[in-house]
Design a protein around this ligand. Structure first.
Ligand code: C2E
Ligand code: CA
Ligand code: CA
Ligand code: CA
Length: 281
């Protein structure tokens, strides 16, 4: 029994070791990924449900690893967050997405102009020079503040409450929009909604998932939409996959939706085709 125990321990140990090595290797590779231009951005359309028109896109980063191929953001974003690499990666995404947006706006003027939503991680949100960097990127790319939507989670704000207020007021002065990402999954305290200049709530996919099938989470989704309406802010449902989900969201007068029902995130070429064809669904 003792021998077996030891063998098991060693087996377990080597698996752990392999996992740790893989993580360390990914971390090292991540350090070179920017300079080696291994990142690209995919763009997922966001649809105004009243008209079924695309009003903008969410920028989602993709890593094309030279040996391992595509690595999911679910896997490398946490590593990037832990090592601080998310900061340069995040700025690369914002700069690249704004450049692309400006080109689209010029090619296809709409009123209001197309928007780009960019994810800001907790670590990035805690950077003292965030405002300065955003200001510079907007100037450099010629994108107006109102065309940029920052997707920030409740927890990122709550972990930086001291700097958050000043930061968010600055962004508001620049007309940059604040969208609360994964809304409903984080902190239960809603008091900050009054304190911070929030423009929209994004209902997390986990709530949207079952509403069309068995009505699960229906009350939660309804409550979030009602909350948004009463605060006079917009609401975006993410992860919409079926016509049933869409029908429920329409009943509650959810304003915007995003999800595979309309489109998966698209590479810039496919997104350009969608734009050139008139932004209709
Ligand atoms: P998120 O911000 O909640 O983004 C939505 C995720 O849901 C994306 O996954 C998107 O591809 C996926 N999605 C959209 N519609 C549907 C749908 O109908 N069904 C299903 N099953 N999934 C859908 P993705 O691109 O893998 O990104 C995962 C997460 O990684 C994002 O979650 C975000 O937290 C993070 N992430 C992605 N790009 C960036 C980035 O540039 N910066 C930072 N800080 N985080 C990023
Ligand atoms: Ca997001
Ligand atoms: Ca989200
Ligand atoms: Ca999510």
């Amino acid at each position: 029994a003792k021998a077996l125990g030891k063998a098991r321990y060693e087996l377990f140990d080597s698996t752990m070791y392999a996992q740790a090595t893989e993580l360390m290797q990914l971390e090292m590779d991540l350090r070179h990924a920017i300079e080696h231009q291994e990142f690209i951005i995919h763009y997922q359309p966001i649809i105004l449900l009243e008209t079924y028109k695309v009003i903008g896109f969410e920028a989602l980063v993709r890593w094309q690893h030279p040996q391992q191929g595509f690595v999911s953001p679910e896997k490398f974003i946490p590593i990037a967050e832990e090592t601080g690499l998310i900061v340069p990666i995040g700025y690369w995404v914002m700069r690249e997405a704004c450049r692309q947006l400006r080109a689209w706006q010029e090619q296809f003027p709409t009123n209001p102009p197309l928007t780009i939503s960019v994810n800001i991680s907790t670590k990035q949100f805690s950077q003292p020079d965030l405002i300065e960097q955003i200001h510079q990127i907007l100037q450099e790319t010629g994108v107006e503040g109102r065309s940029l939507k920052l997707e920030i989670t409740e927890s990122a704000i709550m972990e930086n409450t001291e700097s958050a207020t000043a930061m968010l007021l600055h962004l508001q002065q620049m007309n940059v929009q604040l969208h609360l990402d994964d809304f409903g999954t984080g902190y239960s305290s809603l008091s900050y909604l009054h304190r911070f200049p929030t423009n929209a709530l994004k209902i997390d996919r986990s709530f949207v998932m079952n509403i069309g099938v068995n009505g699960e989470n229906l009350e939660i989704v309804q409550a979030i939409i009602t909350l948004a309406h009463s605060l006079n802010i917009d609401v975006v449902a993410e992860g919409v996959e079926t016509v049933e989900q869409l029908a429920q969201l329409a009943v509650y007068k959810c304003k915007y939706a995003q999800g595979y029902f309309f489109s998966k995130p698209l590479n810039s070429k496919l997104a350009s085709t969608l734009i050139a064809s008139g932004l209709n669904f």
